[in-house]
Ligand binder design. Structure first.
Ligand code: SIN
Length: 545
């Protein structure tokens, strides 16, 4: 397969970038499951954007910086916030139906979420992601220059010697596509520019709000190819996922607290005022940690989110998905509080990029949750992620346009076919399943909301042993999609652990009981593979301003 652009992932970042890159050349979008199996499709809250009179860029920038705990890149934050209104207008143009409100000066109904000082979240009730995904897919499916390929998992990036116009960084190699598994064959998909938009890493943890696709594939592939990963210790736990034995990953949107929902303990006592003056609308790191503390102290299985003071009619209209899903589990949210627990939700770190989404490897761009752009710092502000995805997709397309004549002229050399060598078929699937479970339990128990040096050390020893075993299977047996994902979550887990070990302080989402204070000397953690080998190293660098 050969195209000008190879985009891996079909969420908001991948699809919106595909539509813009298609103005330059041919685009192949590869996704490992169905096109709608994305985190975007599950997003409930919405897109944070300054549209309303009385709100301001300064205020949104200030809220983002304060949530990010000193690790955001202020220039990036400003650029993203300033670009927000134009990107929202484009989404509307493409057919996204955000809910309108004639009484509001923006014309839109605006939600409020934790850490925001204004109502500024445009939404499609609690189905915002699904509405965006629908509209983008409608446009992509009818575009003659975009081919959307489902059920094919990218395995590794194709790297050759050389560089590419436009990229300043680079260690002698550039990316020219990816090996992709189509049924049992692994084929080289060559491209001038490869764009990783494969989402986050939630499946590294036992409990997550993420869809099953979130196995850190883009980050793992980029790392193996030699790209820098940054701030991987900052895993955001969403405070409120539905606690029910039949539910795997159902989120109760932060917008419910924005409309007055109150967190209470099993005795119906509100507890957030003990932790933050913003109470239930404090930032996510604070709320998730408060719930964790309440649960550990009380020994209870969950806390409760009470929105019963709002009318049934309001709840049914504003939160139709949450209302109906809870009702299907026997919980009428207008009559009783919702049992909730925190769960892994968003990776604030990722593949380090510049303001155009360019990684440290020429030819490779990373967007959306896969990227670490400098926007989120140590704790992402609610509803800033869909915004980041569309702004950086636009910047990346503009960057490609600027350099297109030269990029297009660059040769895409032949690459080696995939060789399985003496690999055999794996007969015992238990070898895979056991390790999936082991990794996710180790990460949940030892590398969760509250961490300690001892638990991180234990996690590293265990994860290294598991990683070694998986890596051996990977080389001994014919690979399967399950094996590819397992190898990726093992690698990403190890990187999260080692990044967390390096950060000897507490800041944003990383809380280390042995070091409860912030250490101003430590800024970003940047992690990259040792050149040429299968080993890697971590280095701490100062933030580049
Ligand atoms: C939510 O609806 O609570 C999730 C929004 C987000 O992750 O920003």
């Amino acid at each position: 397969m050969e195209s000008d652009f190879l985009i891996i992932g079909s969420g908001i970042a991948g699809l919106s970038c595909a539509l813009k890159c298609a103005e330059l050349g041919s685009v192949v979008v590869v996704t490992k499951k169905r096109d709608i199996d994305t985190a975007t499709n599950l997003a409930q809250g919405g897109v944070a954007v300054v549209l309303e009179e009385g709100d301001s860029v300064e205020s949104h920038v200030g809220d983002t910086l304060s949530s990010g705990a000193g690790l955001c890149d202020e220039a990036i934050v400003r650029m993203v916030v300033e670009n927000g209104p134009d990107r929202i207008a484009e989404l509307v143009e493409m057919g996204v139906g955000f809910v309108k409100d004639e009484k509001s000066s923006s014309g839109y109904s605006l939600g409020k979420e934790g850490g925001h000082s204004h109502r500024r979240v445009v939404h499609a009730y609690d189905l915002t992601g699904r509405e965006i995904e629908r509209a983008l897919l409608d446009n992509v499916r009818k575009h003659s220059r975009i081919e959307l390929v489902e059920e094919q998992i990218a395995v590794d990036l194709l790297m050759v010697d050389g560089t590419l116009p436009g990229w300043t960084a680079g260690g002698g190699q550039r990316c020219v596509g990816a090996y992709v598994m189509a049924e049992e064959n692994i084929v080289a998909c060559r491209a001038k520019v490869t764009i990783l938009c494969s989402g986050g890493v939630g499946k590294v943890y036992l409990y997550t709000s993420n869809p099953d696709i979130a196995t850190g594939d883009g980050m793992a592939m980029a790392f193996r190819a030699g790209a820098e990963l940054s701030n991987m210790e900052f895993v955001q736990f969403h405070p409120t996922c539905l606690h029910h034995s039949q539910e795997k990953n159902f989120l109760i949107s932060e917008a419910v607290r924005g409309e007055g929902g109150i967190l209470k303990d099993a005795d119906a006592i509100p507890f957030m005022e003990k932790y933050d003056k913003r109470k239930d609308l404090a930032t996510r790191d604070t709320v998730a940690r408060a719930i964790d503390k309440e649960l550990k102290e009380s020994g209870a299985d969950c806390v409760y989110l009470d929105i019963t003071h709002r009318s049934k009619a309001f709840l049914k209209e504003r939160f139709p998905t949450i209302y109906n899903r809870c009702l299907s589990r026997g919980i009428d949210i207008s009559q009783e509080p919702i049992p909730v627990v925190p769960a892994a939700h968003y990776m604030c770190g990722g593949v380090k990029t510049d303001s155009n989404g360019c990684t440290s490897l020429p030819g490779l761009i990373a967007l959306g949750e896969t990227a670490s752009t400098g926007l989120h710092g140590g704790n992402r502000l609610a509803s800033n992620s869909l915004l980041e995805a569309v702004v950086f997709a636009d910047n990346a397309a503009r960057f490609c346009k600027k350099w297109w004549l030269e990029i297009k002229k660059s040769e895409t050399p032949d690459v080696d076919e995939w060789h399985s060598g003496d690999a055999m078929d794996l007969q015992e699937e238990i070898l895979i399943n056991h390790n999936w479970d082991a990794i996710r339990r180790v990460m949940w128990n030892y590398v969760g909301i509250v961490r300690s040096v001892k638990r991180l050390d234990l996690a590293k020893v265990r994860m290294e042993a598991i990683f070694k075993e998986i890596d051996q299977h990977y080389h001994d047996y014919h690979i399967t999609p399950n094996m590819v994902e397992l190898r990726n979550i093992a690698l990403i887990s190890l990187i999260i652990i080692q990044s967390a070990q390096k950060r000897k302080e507490s800041r944003g989402l990383h809380y280390l009981v042995d070091y409860p204070q912030m250490n101003k000397e430590i800024e970003q953690t940047v992690f990259k593979r040792k050149k040429g080998g299968r080993k890697w190293e971590i280095e701490m660098v100062k933030r580049e301003q």
